[in-house]
Design a protein around this ligand. Structure first.
Ligand code: JBE
Length: 244
């Protein structure tokens, strides 16, 4: 998979050189490239924004600059690229989106700052046949799309086959295939601060451990995310032998 990120703060994406994504880059699983939008400016001040038509506070990022940058970044191989625009006005990014994006050949993240990117940019590329996803990581306002891009890239990259050591661990985690929050986890020492590890986990009885974990996942999800319980389809409940 190839991922390009276009931003006026390329250093913000330096975190991607660490841990999972850093390893993927070294092993070639992930071809990740970060570009400075200002490299496509032509004026002395390397300007990327201007005042909004219709008035209002703040500045809007110019379509012509973004157009030159995205034409270059989208233009090369592979043939099918998806443009991802992190924005608070986007569809909320979930694990389902991460799974879908992990199946793409090429993702291009356009990180806007200020009041955002001129709306014609997304419109232009959609009309040109480029799939465009305007996605939000949550209902709060950041100063730009870079942090959101980091979040989405990490969520996507770890699903790329070969990225995570034990793919099995991807199933049980929160928001995983079962559509539930993960059960509580424990490790040594068996007693800490006067608190014991649940007896069943020390029993060595795998069937009972599995049952306890499933029940804990349901209890936790019901308490913290009743919306997720509502969204469960009966097939999932059956498949994972879950009883509400
Ligand atoms: N929440 C956000 N605020 C600013 C830019 C992008 C954002 N997002 O969620 O993708």
């Amino acid at each position: 998979m190839r991922i390009d990120v276009v931003t006026i703060f390329p250093d913000y994406l330096a975190a991607l050189d660490l841990s999972l994504v850093g390893k993927a880059r070294r092993t070639g699983l992930l071809d990740l490239r970060v570009h400075d939008l200002r490299d496509w400016t032509t004026d002395r001040h390397r300007t990327v924004d201007d005042t909004p038509f219709g008035g209002g506070a703040g500045m809007v990022m110019r379509p012509d600059i973004w157009g030159r940058a995205l034409d270059d970044v989208l233009g090369g191989p592979p043939a099918q690229s998806r443009l991802v625009v992190p924005t608070p006005s986007g569809e909320v990014f979930t694990q389902r989106h991460a799974e879908a994006l992990a199946g793409e050949e090429h993702l291009v993240f356009a990180c806007g700052r200020y009041e955002g990117i001129d709306a014609r940019v997304a419109e232009h590329y959609r009309a040109a046949g480029v799939p465009v996803s305007e996605l939000s990581i949550g209902d709060y306002v950041l100063n730009g799309g870079e942090v959101a891009a980091l979040v989405m890239i990490e969520a996507v990259a770890r699903l790329v086959p070969g990225m995570v050591g034990n793919p099995e661990s991807l199933v049980e985690e929160s928001h995983g295939a079962a559509g539930l929050l993960e059960y509580p986890v424990y490790t040594k020492p068996p007693e800490w601060a006067g608190l014991e590890v649940p007896e069943v986990l020390l029993s060595g009885h795998h069937g009972r451990v599995e049952r306890w974990r499933r029940d804990e996942a349901i209890t936790r999800t019901s308490a913290r995310r009743p919306d997720m319980i509502e969204a469960l389809d009966p097939a999932t409940l059956d498949k994972h032998d879950l009883r509400l």
